[in-house]
Design a protein around this ligand. Structure first.
Ligand code: AMP
Ligand code: TRP
Length: 311
C-alpha cells in the first residue's frame, strides 16, 4: 500500500484555504492509502513565540482534523515535535546541503524581500519538511500550490542522500488539485494567515459574516469576482451561475448567499468539533505519535548506520 502524508502548521486558526487546498484532498483520498496526518508544531515555532498560544493551536489543529472527517483509526494523527527523529534527520540532511541551494526557497526569499527578519529555523524550514516526508517513505503529499517547491526540495534532498549513501529514501510526489490550488482571500490574493485576508473555517457565524462582508468588490455593477471565486468552493456551477445572474448588481445579496452556504457547510462540523475534549485530543496524539515514532525510528536506525555513527 502506498503512503500518504501531509501536515499543517499549528500557527493559528485554520482557514478555508487550508481546508480546500490540503485537508479536503487528504480526507477525500486517505482511506486508499496508509495515511499520516501531522501537526507541524516545530514549523509553527519559526513564527510563534507564545507558549500558551502554541499549546492551544496544537490541540485545535487536531480538533480541526477530526471535525473535518479524519478518523484516527484510519490515519496516524501525530505531533511532529514528539518524534525527535524529525529534527535529528534535519541535522543530518543539513550537512549534505549548501547555503545557495536553500537560498532559492520562496518562503525565505519572500520574507527577506518584505524586510521581515528571518531566523535560521525559517531558512531551514524546507529541510525539516523534507525530513517529515522522507522518514515515512511517503509516496504522495496532498498540498496547496504554495508548497510545490517544498516537495521539489524534498525530492532533490532524497536524491542527494541516496547518491551519497545508497538507496534510502523514496522521492515523493505532490498532489495539487487544480481547482483549489490557490484559494483566494477576501482581497482576491492568496488566502493566508500572514496576509490577514482569511475566512476562518471554524469561525462563529458572526466572524464568518464579518470576513465575507469585507470581501473586496469592484464597482462595475456586474458579478463580484472575488465573492464568486470563493463561493464556487461551496456551490456547484449551474446553480451558482443562476444565483449570480439573479443577483446581478446586488453584491450584498451575493455575499449573504455565500454566508448562508458557508454556514450550512460548517455548522454540523462546528457542532461536532465542540464536543472534542482536550482529553480526546491528548489520547489521539499519544497513540498516533507512538505509531509514527516506531516507523521513524526504524528509518533512523538505517540512516545512522549508513552515515557512520552507529556501530
Ligand atoms: P499552512 O497554513 O501554511 O501550514 O498551510 C497548510 C496547507 O494549506 C498547505 O498544504 C498549503 O498549501 C495549504 N494552503 C494554505 N493556504 C492556501 C490557499 N490560499 N489555497 C490553497 N491551499 C492553501
Ligand atoms: N510547510 C507546510 C505548510 O506550510 C506544512 C508542512 C510541514 C507539511 N511539514 C509538512 C506539509 C509535510 C506536507 C508534508 O503548509
Amino acid at each position: 500500500m502506498q503512503r500518504l502524508l501531509t501536515g499543517i502548521q499549528s500557527s493559528g486558526a485554520l482557514h478555508i484555504g487550508n481546508y480546500f487546498g490540503a485537508l479536503k484532498p487528504f480526507v477525500d483520498m486517505y482511506e486508499k492509502y496508509e495515511s499520516f496526518l501531522m501537526v507541524a508544531d516545530y514549523h509553527a515555532l519559526t513564527t510563534l513565540r507564545e507558549p500558551e498560544t502554541l499549546r492551544a493551536n496544537i490541540r485545535n489543529t487536531v480538533r480541526d482534523y477530526v471535525a473535518c472527517g479524519v478518523d484516527q483509526k484510519k490515519a496516524v494523527i501525530f505531533q511532529q515535535s514528539r518524534i525527535s527523529a524529525h529534527t535529528e534527520l534535519t541535522w543530518i540532511l543539513n550537512c549534505l546541503l549548501t547555503m545557495p541551494f536553500l537560498e532559492l526557497a520562496h518562503a525565505y526569499k519572500d520574507k527577506e524581500a518584505r524586510g521581515i527578519e528571518t531566523n535560521v529555523g525559517l531558512f531551514d524550514y524546507p529541510v525539516l519538511m523534507a525530513s517529515d516526508i522522507l522518514l515515512y517513505d511517503t509516496n504522495v503529499v496532498p498540498v496547496g500550490a504554495d508548497q510545490k517547491q517544498h516537495i521539489e526540495y524534498t525530492r532533490e534532498i532524497a536524491a542527494k542522500f541516496n547518491a551519497a549513501y545508497g538507496a534510502t529514501f523514496i522521492e515523493p510526489k505532490e498532489q495539487i488539485l487544480r481547482d483549489v490550488a490557490v484559494v483566494p482571500g477576501t482581497d482576491g490574493k492568496k488566502m493566508s494567515k500572514s496576509y490577514g485576508n482569511t475566512i476562518p473555517l471554524f469561525g462563529a457565524k458572526d466572524e464568518i459574516t464579518k470576513a465575507v462582508m469585507s470581501i473586496v468588490t469592484d464597482s462595475s455593477g456586474e458579478s463580484p469576482t472575488n465573492v464568486y471565486n470563493i463561493h464556487q468552493l461551496f456551490k456547484g456551477g449551474d446553480e451558482l451561475a443562476a444565483l449570480y445572474k439573479a443577483n446581478k448588481g446586488n453584491y450584498k445579496a451575493s455575499k449573504e448567499a455565500l454566508i448562508e452556504d458557508i454556514e450550512a457547510f460548517i455548522a454540523p462540523k462546528r457542532e461536532y468539533r465542540s464536543h472534542i475534549s482536550d482529553a480526546d485530543v491528548d489520547a489521539i496524539l499519544k497513540d498516533g505519535s507512538e505509531k509514527a515514532r516506531a516507523i521513524a525510528e526504524t528509518k533512523m536506525a538505517d540512516v545512522r548506520q549508513k552515515i557512520g555513527v552507529a556501530f
